[in-house]
Write a protein that binds this ligand. Structure first.
Ligand code: SF4
Length: 350
């Protein structure tokens, strides 16, 4: 079996239903080889900093949030954030992902001040993903700014990246079943396009393992590929990478069971084959632990070693801080691994 050109949604469905693991692995390897050396992978050491757990979105798959008037809510101070970044540097990491809830008490200047202070204190020693697209939509809405205006404010505060987190499954049906106060799929892509046009960088993400159907997974992949086509057509870099996690069900209102490691690897392979216009496909050590590295054989080329993420840890994720022990696993599978620093957007390079 070979993939000569782009596959359609119907062909992707056929592959998912009928291709063996080895067939998916080979086809994904072919697409991976268009972009990357075989048997070579890149990684980053990073920390998610959950700056607030207060959230009004009430997604039923989330074990992290508290409502504004409930006990246990917090907002991290600047000093708390700096202490967490200093600890990340001690681990040899240099990437922070800021991720919190939709906290109605935090104005835009909280974010701009925080990000500007991180940039001022750490310069280029640390790169940070400032918010997800989901939080960005909420922020713009609360500040009564267009997405373009909000993006400009963040960029002027020193932000280089707003990543595609909070996407889960990008179908309107999925959102109305599980996260009806979050945003629509249309909002999501309009906001992401504004990030791209502002000169900042962005990524695509996906989470599998809720109750989504195969057709919903395929719709998510198609919308992602279409978005990237439009960016490239209009002269933008668009999506730097595609990262897929698996849903952690523990302590959530929705509950459920985890998808198997085999299903995850098959999904990574299908994504690699389908998203032929996205350079990097990333496997999730955060939610798949040691099994994540097997996905390198199924088309993935890059991964994070996270030292903290309260959102997924509250829902059952286990974080292993033996980073050398983790890196020994891809090496034992025959991969050379190389540390990758987050790129600075060309449009923002002085
Ligand atoms: S997933 Fe994010 S937006 Fe949804 S309830 Fe949890 S913190 Fe809020």
């Amino acid at each position: 079996m070979t993939v000569n050109g782009r596959i359609s949604v119907d062909e992707a469905r056929e592959l998912w239903l009928h291709a063996s693991d080895d067939e998916l692995k080979d086809l994904a390897g072919d697409v991976r080889a268009r972009y990357h050396e075989p048997n070579h992978a890149t990684y980053m050491v990073m920390r998610i900093i959950n700056y607030t757990n207060v959230c009004v979105a009430q997604c039923d798959y989330c074990a992290f949030y508290v409502l504004p008037n409930q006990d246990g809510g917090y907002v991290l101070s600047r000093e708390d954030v700096f202490a967490k970044i200093d600890e990340l540097l001690d681990f040899g990491g240099d990437l922070v992902g800021f991720n919190g809830g939709f906290n109605p008490r935090l104005p835009l200047h909280y974010y701009c001040d925080l990000f500007a202070s991180v940039r001022e204190r750490y310069g280029d020693r640390v790169e940070f993903y400032a918010l997800t697209i989901a939080e960005f939509v909420f922020l713009a809405d609360r500040a009564k700014l267009s997405y373009a205006e909000a993006a400009t404010r963040l960029r002027d505060a020193g932000v280089h990246w707003v990543t595609g987190g909070g996407s889960e499954i990008l179908t309107e049906d999925f959102r109305s079943r599980h996260a009806k106060w979050k945003y629509t799929v249309r909002d999501y892509f309009e906001a992401q396009r504004a990030i791209v046009e502002s000169g900042m960088k962005t990524t695509a993400t996906m989470v599998v393992g809720f109750d989504e159907t195969l057709d919903e997974r395929l719709e998510h992949l198609l919308r992602t590929r279409d978005f990237q086509d439009a960016c490239l057509r209009d002269g933008y870099d668009g999506l730097f990478s595609f990262l897929c996690w698996t849903y952690k069900p523990y302590g959530t209102a929705f509950g459920g069971v985890e998808v198997s490691a085999q299903e995850y690897r098959r999904h990574i392979a299908l994504s690699r084959i389908f998203l032929d216009n996205v350079k990097h496909v990333r496997t999730s050590v955060l939610t798949q632990n040691e099994d994540a590295f097997l996905a390198l054989d199924y088309g993935a080329d890059d991964f994070d070693l996270p030292i903290e993420d309260e959102v997924t840890q509250k829902a059952g994720a286990r974080i292993d801080l033996d980073l050398e022990g983790l890196l020994a696993i891809p090496r034992s599978l025959g991969y050379t691994v190389e540390y990758r620093r987050a790129e600075r957007p060309a449009a923002l390079t002085a």
